[in-house]
Each structure stands twice: as C-alpha cells, then as structure tokens.
Design a protein around this ligand. Structure first.
Ligand SMILES: Cc1cc2nc3c(=O)[nH]c(=O)nc-3n(C[C@H](O)[C@H](O)[C@H](O)COP(=O)(O)OP(=O)(O)OC[C@H]3O[C@@H](n4cnc5c(N)ncnc54)[C@H](O)[C@@H]3O)c2cc1C
Length: 412
C-alpha cells in the first residue's frame, strides 16, 4: 500500500476486506500502468497492455455480479478502484469506467429498479450472455452515448434509432467521442426505439459487436488530453443486432437515469485519482525525490510550502466530498443527496484541473517537460468537466434549478 496520503481513501476510512484487497491489487498494477502512460499519450493509442493486465487480474469482471462469476463490486467499490487506477493512467481509468459501468448498470443498479416478472426474467437471460463474454472470453465493452445533440445531456431523445425487425433490431445513427473505438469488442449504444415520435422513455441500451456489418469507425483522434481513450466516431448503417443485445429491458434505462442519479458520477473517480497523482508528484518533486531527476530540493521556499498547503486543502475538500457522495449513492436518493452528487461531480472535475495547474506553477518549468507525468496530468484533467451528461455547466444548471423549483413547479 502506498503512503496513505496518496491513497484514495486515506488510512482511517472504513473498507471491507474485499475492497482492501481490490485496492492492493490495483496498487500493485499501477506502477506498470504509469510507465506506459507516456507512450499511449504520445501515440494517442489505446492501452492494450494495461487491459491485458486488467484481464489477467480478473478486473474486467469487477462489476459483474458474483452469481454471474464476477467480483460483484457496487458503485462505491467500483469508484474507489477506479480512482486508484486514475492515479496511474487517466486514459486507462476513463476507458475502464465505460467497461465497468457497462457491467454495473445492468447488474447491481438494475436489481434496484422496478421490472415486471417477465422483464426481470428476460433481463437475467440477456445479461448472462453479456457477463459470460466478459468472464469467459475477456470481452471489453464501451459506452458510446454522445451524439453532439442535447441527447447525451439527458434533454432529448437519442437520434440513433433502433427499428424492430425479425428477431432483433436494426440500428442507424452516429455516435461521437466513442472511447475504446477499435478496441472494444462490444459498443453499448443508447438509441431510441423508432416510432413516429421519438421519446426518451423509449431509450434502448444495445450491445453492438465491434465487427457487426454496417458499423464503421471514422475520423481522426488527436485531442488535447485523455489521448489514450481513442474516442473516435461510430457510424451505424442498418446494423442488425439480435434481441439479446439489449443490456437493459425497454424503458429501464430511462428509469435508471431518473432513479439512480449517481450512475452519472462514475467518470469522476478517474479525475479524483489524477488530482491525487498531481499532489503526490509535487511533494516528491519539491523533496528532490522524482526518479530520473537530479535530487535537487526545493522544499525550503515558503511560497512552495504555501502552494503545497493549498493543494492539500483543495485535495482534502475534493476527496471528502467524493467519499461522502459515495455513501449517498443508492436508488431514489433524497434531494439533498442528489444535489450533493452534482456538487461532488463539479468539485472533482474542476478541482482536479485546478490542482494540476497549481502543481505546474509550483514545480516550475522542468516539471512541464514531457519526460515527466505532470503536463499529461494537467491536460487529462482538463477533460473532466466536459464530460456529459454531468458537465460542470450542467451540474450548475441542475443545482440552481432543483434548488429553486420543486418537482412539477413552473412560473406559468
Ligand atoms: C476524452 C473524452 C472521452 C469521451 N468518451 C466518451 C464516451 O466514451 N462515450 C460518450 O458517450 N461520450 C464520450 N465523450 C463525450 C463527452 O461526454 C461529451 O459528450 C462531449 O465532450 C461533448 O462535446 P460537444 O462539444 O459535442 O458538446 P455540446 O453538446 O456542444 O455541449 C457543449 C457544452 O454545452 C453544455 N450543454 C450541452 N447540452 C446542453 C443543454 N441541453 N443544456 C445546457 N447546456 C448544455 C455542456 O456543458 C457541454 O459541455 C468523451 C469526451 C472526451 C473529451
């Protein structure tokens, strides 16, 4: 276990033995991931080697329920594991979020939702197929939802449609920023059942095989940060998927999005990890302990000490809200917990970038060189508050509106 100041939960947070073992496992993989991170970033290439390690460690099944052969992690356990990964490689943690949540949402989260007996039976049949692919075959799932419209923000139906055809569905549309493009074996696509009028209530969640006829990956990928996510554009032209492609029964995604809001906080652990990494780097750098650098100490300057103090205060504010938010996570959370989840997401995403900025200012010019991780942490951290559906802007929108209006209220 690393110095508890640099662990996600610190030394006194209550963990069960399963959580403790998972953190130790990820901590043991982490240094290898950190070594490879520079190359994935430079090449904007997918972290295949890291996924081979995750697969070998049984971590692709982290959120697969135990009865389907997985490790049965709930949202809180997933988030702590993911933040630990985020300390070592942001792109691996962010893409792992897409895969792990493809397992968590049809798993522990769906178990909390209302379904008829027939829906529950159908769901159990379908998810057994998805889980078996992961546990037996080592498959990786992605979550391409964004379309460049108001849909990914939860304000309009997805323009990608699924039309009922014999024995399954025909999918047409486009997804942008599809992390794991070209690397995923299945793309968990949100689309709308094709009816004369599209409705968010008819959202379907379908796993499309990466090699399905009619699916193509287009566009380049050369972004500022999170370069290893390889988030290109997917085009769907009459892509057929059978009924069992459904990852949730009809109508259940819509129910999940309104009743299990913490499902949208799962991108934030990556950035919690990045914030910790930036702080840890700064302390080591100022102490002259960064590997490969001359052992020059810079810790004796009061301005550096104040900057490190400010970083710690920000980090602890962020971490405390992160851990509190995880305690709130449940189906049908009370209003204060929902508002706190928006605040936590906003805080983690914004503070991660702020802490990375302070780290660069404090460590100085040499720390910005590409041979050291800080400039990559800085660029990766910039992406957090842009991630839909809970961007920093949309969190503020929701906090303001939901504080001032009760459900169903308007000024008309
Ligand atoms: C590294 C990276 C990886 C990603 N991976 C994935 C992925 O795997 N799957 C996926 O689905 N998406 C992914 N995304 C996409 C991400 O979640 C956003 O969808 C994307 O950044 C939005 O870009 P845009 O410019 O099209 O946003 P726009 O839709 O143009 O929105 C711009 C901003 O306006 C605000 N806004 C948007 N809609 C509304 C509204 N209705 N009301 C008020 N304000 C609004 C939001 O703050 C938003 O950030 C990824 C993005 C990045 C940067």
């Amino acid at each position: 276990m690393s110095d508890p100041r640099y662990s996600v939960v610190g030394s006194t947070y209550p963990l069960d033995s399963k959580q403790r073992a998972l953190i130790e496992l990820v901590e043991s993989l982490g240094p290898r991931f950190a070594e490879r991170a520079e190359r994935y970033d430079r090449e904007a290439s997918f972290p295949h080697e890291n996924y081979a390690d995750l697969r070998a460690a049984g971590l692709l099944g982290l959120c697969v329920p135990e009865k389907f052969g997985g490790r049965g992690a709930d949202l809180r356990t997933y988030s702590i594991v993911s933040a630990t990964l985020g300390k070592y490689c942001g792109a691996t943690a962010l893409t792992y979020n897409m895969h792990a949540c493809s397992m968590l949402w049809p798993g522990a989260l769906s178990d909390d939702l209302d379904m008829t007996a027939a829906q529950r039976a159908e769901h159990d049949r379908h998810r057994a197929i998805h889980y078996q692919r992961v546990i037996r075959d080592g498959a990786i799932y992605a979550q391409p939802f964004s379309e460049g419209s108001a849909a990914a923000a939860g304000r309009a139906p997805f323009g990608t449609t699924a039309t009922r055809v014999g024995g399954g569905w025909s999918i047409n549309g486009k997804k942008i920023f599809a992390s794991l493009s070209g690397a995923a074996h299945y793309y968990g696509v949100l689309c709308t059942e094709a009816k004369p009028e599209l409705s968010m209530r008819d959202t379907l969640y379908m796993a499309v095989p990466g090699n399905a006829p009619g699916l193509s990956i287009v566009g380049d990928w050369d972004p500022l940060g999170m370069r290893g996510t390889v988030s290109r554009t997917l085009l769907f032209k009459d892509v057929f998927v059978p009924d069992e492609a459904q990852m949730m029964p009809r109508g259940i995604y819509f129910q999940a999005a309104s009743r299990w809001p913490h499902m949208f906080t799962t991108l934030s652990p990556t950035y919690m990890g990045i914030a910790i990494a930036a702080y840890e780097f700064t302390v080591r750098y100022l102490r002259g302990e960064v590997e490969g650098m001359p052992p020059v100490k810079r810790r004796m300057y009061p301005t550096k000490q104040i900057a490190v103090a400010e970083m710690w205060v920000k980090l602890e504010q962020t971490r405390s809200l992160f851990l509190r938010m995880l305690e709130d996570a449940r189906v049908d959370p009370p209003k204060d917990a929902r508002l706190r989840a928006y605040a936590a997401q906003f805080t983690i995403m914004e503070n991660a970038n702020y802490i990375c900025g302070l780290a660069i200012r404090t460590c100085g010019g040499q720390s910005m060189l590409k041979s050291l991780p800080l400039e990559r942490l800085y660029r990766d951290s910039r992406c957090g508050s842009l991630m839909l559906p809970w961007t920093a802007e949309l969190c503020l929108d929701r906090i303001g509106r939901e504080a001032l209006y009760e459900a169903g209220e308007s000024d008309d």
